[in-house]
Write a protein that binds this ligand. Sequence first.
Ligand code: Z5A
Length: 217
Amino acid sequence: MARRAAKRKPARGRFVTFEGGEGSGKSTQIGKLAERLDAAGIATLVTREPGGTPGAEALRHVVLSGMGKLLGADLESLLFAAARDDHVHRVIAPALAAGTWVLCDRFADSTRVYQGMLGNVDPRLLDALERVTIGDLKPDLTLVLDLPVEVGLARATARRGAATADRFEAEGVAFHERLREAYREIARDNPGRCVVIDAAGAPEDVAERIWSAVRER
Ligand code: Z5A
């Protein structure tokens, strides 16, 4: 009797998140890493938060327009959580299960930093939201792009041109300094998952630092 070949489940893909302050180069670097992984024959999916699904992109529009801020930090956290839940369940988890590497521009650390450490949202609320939205789905690697605040803001301002600053871009320098420190703290507390990348210098040099970190892991 002919035996049917057992179907092998693909190995789970790796989940890599990019975090950092305004203008730190996350979008630029995520594209460069995706190109390198593709060239190495590794299937990748590039996505972002808030966003990544039609529903989450609609919520992105709400929070970046400043409407979320009007509701207060607790409710703004719920909007980010709703967007994340949709994104995780419809896009990230299925892609990882299919063996695709997922490269995500911002993830749960952004909520911890922006809403938690800077917005003073109770960590117990954020813990509860994480349990519901991401459960055990922690990133395998988080690259924290670290840059002096004035350099990041100058890059973001140059890119924006005459357009109006969004809800977060409009915050002052002190906010962005606290943001940078908050990310460093998260990286210190999670050394197994996070690598701080010096994001100053030419994009190609930053890409090399990221590639070394990915290879090492
Ligand atoms: N947020 C939140 O509060 N809670 C959450 O849970 C989540 C998010 C998930 C999303 O904003 C906002 O939502 C974010 C946090 C909040 N707010 N902020 N700020 P976004 O997605 O619109 O913006 P962003 O995530 O901050 O990214 P960005 O400003 O677009 O910057 P970036 O992706 O880090 O950088 P980039 O686009 O690659 O580069 C910026 C410019 O610099 C661009 O013109 C590049 O060409 C240039 N660049 C990049 N690298 C270099 C180098 N090495 N040298 C010179 N110039 C460079």
